[in-house]
Write a protein that binds this ligand. Structure first.
Ligand code: ADP
Ligand code: DP6
Ligand code: CO
Length: 328
């Protein structure tokens, strides 16, 4: 009744922002991402009949039952228990090897790893599509981290959400890209992704116009991935990112994930591109900037980013594998 799984974080190139059903965590629109090798969550789940509640440790600290993070995991385990017909509580040990709740998609790798570990610990073997549906219930972005390389999430049309899952577009070996994360602060963000997108959807006049751009952006990004058109992928990714953040900033009260360094990095990336470097940026719900380049440009990109005051750290990721079991 135990299993250990590893999943990588992912970065959206066409953003997911907004839910059409909060209970089932169904997105308003699709999204498209790259799974990031190196940014990983490792999770062990052990169902134990003697426990009286779920015992969860995240990054080495025990979560208090009743806290938001504990409830999120316990509610998720309930889905697995209901499906597998088991009643035991579980001991869960999970750790991220990168900052948690900071805008680096810890909820993505976290719930992808939990979906895989918990179902195996419960004696179930789901298909990747079924795992993706399940992971989505924990966090929308987690549906994509089931898959390696480039993944496309479908919003689906069914009310029960069973067609709202991701699929693999191209494996990690398809395109030798690097994603360099310019870390611009320490610590967790003030507004979670869930809260930021809910407020945007409920109050921002820019939300619906932005949401209407997603389908066309996904089609272009998919084409750019298939043909390895770096310039096109960059154009789509930057406009999806800036449009999503613009819609969030126009919420009431405005949701602003950026700090001065975030903006400085944007300008430096664009200047370096004008000077001939093949690079583009994207930013999730947080202040850090993810900068993409073809592998051969990595050292030039590193030197651009390391010269920026306020950039505390660089994390280099390459296209990563999908979620997999380490032990069961
Ligand atoms: P992020 O940008 O890191 O995804 P979110 O606001 O989307 O930020 O989600 C952060 C939340 O995800 C955390 O507060 C916690 O509730 C949950 N989370 C993070 N890491 C894990 C993990 N390894 N296992 C389960 N839940 C996790
Ligand atoms: C900006 O997947 O973290 O990173 O479904 O509420 O858990 P929940 O939200 P989450 O949101 C991610 C938002 C984003 C864009 C993206 O990853 O597509
Ligand atoms: Co998240």
């Amino acid at each position: 009744m135990h299993a250990t799984a590893l999943a990588h974080s992912n970065i959206a190139l066409v953003k997911y922002w907004g839910k059409r059903d909060r209970a089932l965590n169904l997105p308003v629109a699709g999204s498209l991402s790259l799974t990031l090798g190196g940014l990983a969550t490792t999770t062990t789940v052990h169902f134990r009949p003697e426990l009286e509640s779920d015992l969860v440790s995240l990054d080495g600290r025990e979560l208090r039952p009743g806290s938001v993070a504990h409830r999120r995991i316990a509610d998720f385990l309930d889905l697995v228990r209901n499906d597998a017909g088991i009643t035991s509580f579980a001991e869960v040990e999970t750790a991220n090897n990168f900052p948690t709740a900071a805008g680096l998609a810890s909820s993505a790798s976290g719930f992808a790893a939990l979906a895989l570990a918990a179902t195996h610990a419960a004696g179930q073997q789901l298909t990747d599509a079924q795992l993706s549906v399940l992971a989505r219930r924990g966090s929308g972005s987690a549906a994509r981290s089931i898959f390696g390389g480039f993944a496309e999430m479908s919003a689906g049309t069914r009310a029960d959400g069973r067609d709202a899952h991701a699929r693999a577009l191209a494996g990690p070996e398809h395109w030798d890209l690097r994603c360099v994360v310019a870390v611009t602060t320490q610590g967790e963000k003030d507004v979670s992704s869930t809260e930021g997108m809910t407020r945007t959807q409920e109050t921002s006049p820019l939300f619906e116009p932005w949401a209407r751009t997603v389908d066309a952006d996904i089609a272009q990004a998919r084409h750019a991935v298939e043909t390895r058109d770096f310039a096109l992928l960059g154009r789509v990714a930057e406009r999806s990112c800036l449009g999503m953040h613009a819609s969030a900033m126009a919420a009431d009260p405005g949701v602003i994930y950026w700090n001065p360094t975030t903006i400085e990095v944007i300008h430096r990336v664009r200047r370096a591109r004008r000077d001939g470097l093949q690079i583009f940026f994207t930013i999730d719900a947080g202040p850090h900037v993810k900068v993409f380049c073809p592998a051969r440009e990595l050292s030039a990109l590193r030197s651009v980013l390391s010269q920026i005051d306020g950039v505390n750290d660089l994390i280099v990721a390459r296209p990563g594998q999908g979620a997999h079991l380490l032990e069961s």
